[in-house]
Structures are given as C-alpha cells and as structure tokens.
Design a protein around this ligand. Structure first.
Ligand code: AKB
Length: 319
C-alpha cells in the first residue's frame, strides 16, 4: 500500500482516514477523491493531492489510478441506511454500479480494494447477541442489501480474478470531525453536539435499542490494519466483524451526564430508523478479526465519551 485513492474523502470516515494515511504512510501519495459540491477544505485540501472522483464514472477513476499509479483504493462512497431507504435507486447506483466500476479497474490495474460493509448487512433473522462472523445475512433495508452484495461481489473478484479485496463490517461510528449523514446510528454523534452546546436532544431511536458502536480512531486503525495485514492467516476477506462497544441510548446519555449533568433528552422515535435498528445486531462477535489479523480496539465507552466532549468543546469554543 503506497499510492492510495480515497473515494469519498470528505465524508465522515474519509475526511479522517485520508489524513491518517498521509501521516502514517508518507512514502507515497494519498489522493483525496471527492464529488463536486463536497470539495476538500483546510488540512485535507492542503496536505496532498485531490481529484474529482465520482465512483459512478469509471473513466474518471481510471484516469486517477493511472495518473498517480494507484495501488490501493478505499471505496467509501455510499448512502447511509436511512437515506438509502428514501433514495433506494440512488443507493443501488452508488453502492453497486460504483463498486463494479472499482472492482473492474482494480482487476485491470492490479489494485487492492477496501469497501466497508456494516452491521447493516445483517437482518432480523440474524442472531442478535454475539452475532457470529459467518451467519444468516438477510437484511431488510436497501443499505443492507447493497452491503451483502458488496461482500459477495468483493469475494467473487478475489476468488475469480485474484483482486485483493478486504473489508470490515463497521458498527455505528462516533467522531467529532465530520458528522455522519442519514445513518441509523447518527443519534450517538448528534447527542454530543447538543450536549456541548447546552441544547435539548430529540432522540429518534427508542430507549432500550442496543447497537454496536465504535470510536473513529479505532475504525480508522481497522481500515489501515486490515489492508496492511499479511493475508497468510486470512480465512475471511469480505467482510470481518469488528466490535468495540455496544450500548442503548440511555447508557450513552448516562455516560455523557457524568461530564455534562444537565444534558436534556426527549424521544421522538423515527419509525424508519427504528425499524432498521431493530433488525440489526445488539453486539457482534469479532473473534475472527482478532485471530486473523490482530484486530483490537482501544477505546471504551467512557474514554470515547470523554474524548468526544473535550474535542467538541474545543471545536465550538465552549467550556
Ligand atoms: C448507518 O447507520 O447507516 C451506518 C452504519 C451502521 O453502517 N452508520
């Protein structure tokens, strides 16, 4: 992994992953791919090359791969679960037609490819507790359908053509740099913004709804480590369960209240998000990732909460 293209570099994961790759792997280039309307700004724009890279435009991606002699593609373009329910055909276009463009280019130009999967690849028939690595995957959301198909297609390109595809199933990701947009797990980020600004938070997910979550630094480490791992011990590729914490809304709010006691929350459950959340695992078993490439998360719930509050207070200049 030397010359890297990050497609979706201005999104929640991409904006931080691109900077981490530039910092941690200084020997090559990391190109920040974006779509018009979401141009990189600040450090992301100033610390390396950036190019318009629409996953649905194969010729454009191919040109970038040739120009920078790209050997690894992080394909992060996606509509998250709640948005994908509103725009299912657009989600299909980006997630599936986009993916096949990337895999074909990777096949021809010998690139490795990381396309994240998600807890959304599971469905109501999946065991909810300690969800195994290999289990039933019959999701009921369009997002989930595209994530299962992503896993299958990525494995197909590896088995049939030897394309080095690897991936993880991300939980809900919590970060303070770039907010997520249109996900089912977004509440776990939004509540921090309300908490540090002293605003009431209206939670769209019902009390008692457990979902896997992860702090962004752990997620970024997973995305880098899996692509750098020697594949000798891989029994799986697309895609590995990775887990670090699982909680229901009240547990998160209680942890925030230890630092911001007057956090006010009321519930107004969004039926679309709740239906999706109810179909997802409560907590995944990530032992295969631990065994096959040494995955281990660092942040506990309390550490994540503290770090989020410190950084958001800095960001908004509040005490
Ligand atoms: C979403 O909520 O859609 C995402 C995910 C869990 O993949 N954060």
């Amino acid at each position: 992994m030397k010359n890297i293209l990050v497609i979706g570099s201005t999104g929640q994961i991409g904006s931080e992953l691109t900077l981490k790759l530039r910092r941690d792997l200084p020997g090559g280039v990391t190109v920040a791919g974006f779509i018009p309307g979401s141009e990189p700004t600040g450090k992301l724009r100033d610390s390396g090359p950036f190019e318009v890279a629409n996953v649905c435009d194969a010729a454009q991606i191919e040109e970038i791969v040739d120009k920078y002699d790209i050997d690894t593609i992080y394909n992060l373009a996606a509509l998250l679960s709640a948005t994908a329910e509103r725009l299912p055909l657009k989600a299909w276009d980006i997630q599936m037609n986009g993916l096949i463009n990337i895999l074909e280019i990777a096949r021809q130009k010998h690139c490795a490819v990381f396309t994240p999967s998600s807890i959304g690849s599971f469905g109501p028939n999946t065991p909810k507790q300690n969800t195994p690595q290999d289990t039933v995957q019959r999701p009921t959301s369009m997002y989930g359908v595209t994530k299962v198909a992503t896993e299958l297609l990525s494995d197909y390109y590896f088995t049939k053509y030897g394309v080095d595809t690897r991936s993880v199933r991300f939980p809900g990701l919590i970060s303070y740099t770039t907010p997520p947009g249109g996900g089912t797990t977004d509440y776990a980020v939004e509540v921090f913004y309300a908490a540090v600004k002293g605003e009431e938070y209206v939670c769209p997910i019902a009390a008692g709804t457990y979902m896997d979550m992860m702090y962004m630094p752990d997620a970024l480490q997973a995305a880098v480590d899996i692509m750098r791992a020697k594949p000798n011990y891989f029994k799986h590729r697309n895609s590995f369960n990775v887990a670090s914490m699982s909680f229901e809304p009240e547990q998160l709010f209680a942890a925030i209240r230890k630092e911001i006691p007057d956090l006010k929350v009321r519930y107004a459950v969004d039926p679309v998000r709740q239906h999706i959340a109810d179909s997802w695992p409560d907590s995944m078993d990530d032992s295969c990732a631990r065994k096959e490439w040494g995955w281990h998360p660092r942040f506990t719930l309390e550490e994540m909460v503290h770090d989020m509050i410190v950084n958001l207070r800095k960001k908004f200049d509040v005490r």
